[in-house]
Write a protein that binds this ligand. Structure first.
Ligand code: MBD
Ligand code: FE
Length: 284
């Protein structure tokens, strides 16, 4: 829609910053990290910066460019976007290195908790004229080893066919293409949705300016975001991808894994596509 094409970096940035701030104060502030860890980590990061400056003989012009850019990231509300695109994938790698079940991937900046609950055979909330190829996404949640998990929770959120997320771009209904699906007594779910478009980092904000200045590209491949959980199991945050997307190989957020590639088939119903992906949860 016209509203969507007028989405601005400042809108999604301000939204993502406010959403993240509502999460801090719940065990995610500097006071929740021990002084020993703060000292070690801050010292090592600063030393790496100092080493880079010496190695490349960074000039005052470059130092001032950095200062101006860092200030603008905050002004644009793009710290969540910057960190989730260029840093989170390594945090995820470390956090989930011992898991045996489904591979994780980054959460990114656009998750919203408490999306409306839907029964196991669900259709995600969408506009009457929502554009895009229909997709039936189905599967089963089991524990590692294969035991089905009745009533497992499958939270899903995704961009629309223009690459925009509800609550982070203007003119989209609040819970569009977001839902909390409760699996049936065998842990199975079937979710009617639409194939999302690839996502382009806003070009008019600080992250876009960095991308342009460095000669990078601004794209993530099309993806579905998921959080799958059940009592007694570890919640997994992950993403699923579509074969053939040109950006599966060069995701700006480095968040694609081969295990997270969907197998897309023409729908048996004849309308759009279908795909099956099963989740295996590690014990808590
Ligand atoms: C996204 O949709 C996303 O998933 C990430 C990680 C960063 C920016 C936009
Ligand atoms: Fe995303």
């Amino acid at each position: 829609t016209d509203d969507e094409t007028q989405a601005r970096a400042a809108d999604s940035g301000a939204g993502a910053t406010a959403a993240f701030q509502s999460k801090t104060g719940q065990g995610a502030g500097l006071e929740d990290v021990t002084p020993e860890r703060v000292n070690t980590l801050a010292t090592e990061v600063l030393t790496a910066v100092h080493d880079t400056i010496r190695k490349h003989k960074v000039t005052y012009a470059e130092y001032d460019a950095l200062k101006a850019w860092l200030i603008s990231v905050g002004e644009d509300g793009e710290w969540p976007l910057f960190l989730d695109v260029w840093v989170e994938h390594v945090v995820e790698e470390v956090a989930n290195e011992d898991r045996e079940g489904t591979k994780g991937s980054i959460e990114g900046p656009y998750y919203v908790p408490n999306a409306p609950e839907l029964a196991a055979d669900a259709t995600l909330p969408m506009r009457e004229d929502e554009s895009g190829t229909a997709l039936t996404f189905q599967g089963q949640v089991t524990a590692v080893g294969g035991a089905p998990i009745p009533g497992a929770k499958v939270e899903i959120w995704q961009a629309d066919a223009q690459g925009f997320y509800s609550q982070y771009a203007p003119g989209i209904p609040e819970w569009n293409l977001r839902g909390t699906v409760i699996a049936d007594e065998q842990g199975r779910y079937q979710i009617g949705t639409l194939q999302p478009a690839p996502y382009q980092i806003p070009t008019d904000g600080s992250c876009g300016k960095l991308i342009a200045a460095a000669g990078w590209h601004a794209w993530r491949p099309a993806h579905l975001h998921l959080k799958v959980s059940a009592p007694g199991c570890q919640l997994i945050t992950t993403q699923l991808y579509f074969p053939g997307d040109p950006h599966n190989e060069d995701d700006i957020a480095s968040a694609v894994k081969p295990e997270l590639m969907l197998d897309i088939q023409p729908a048996e119903s004849g309308e759009g596509n279908q795909t099956t992906y099963n989740f295996e949860l590690d014990p808590a």
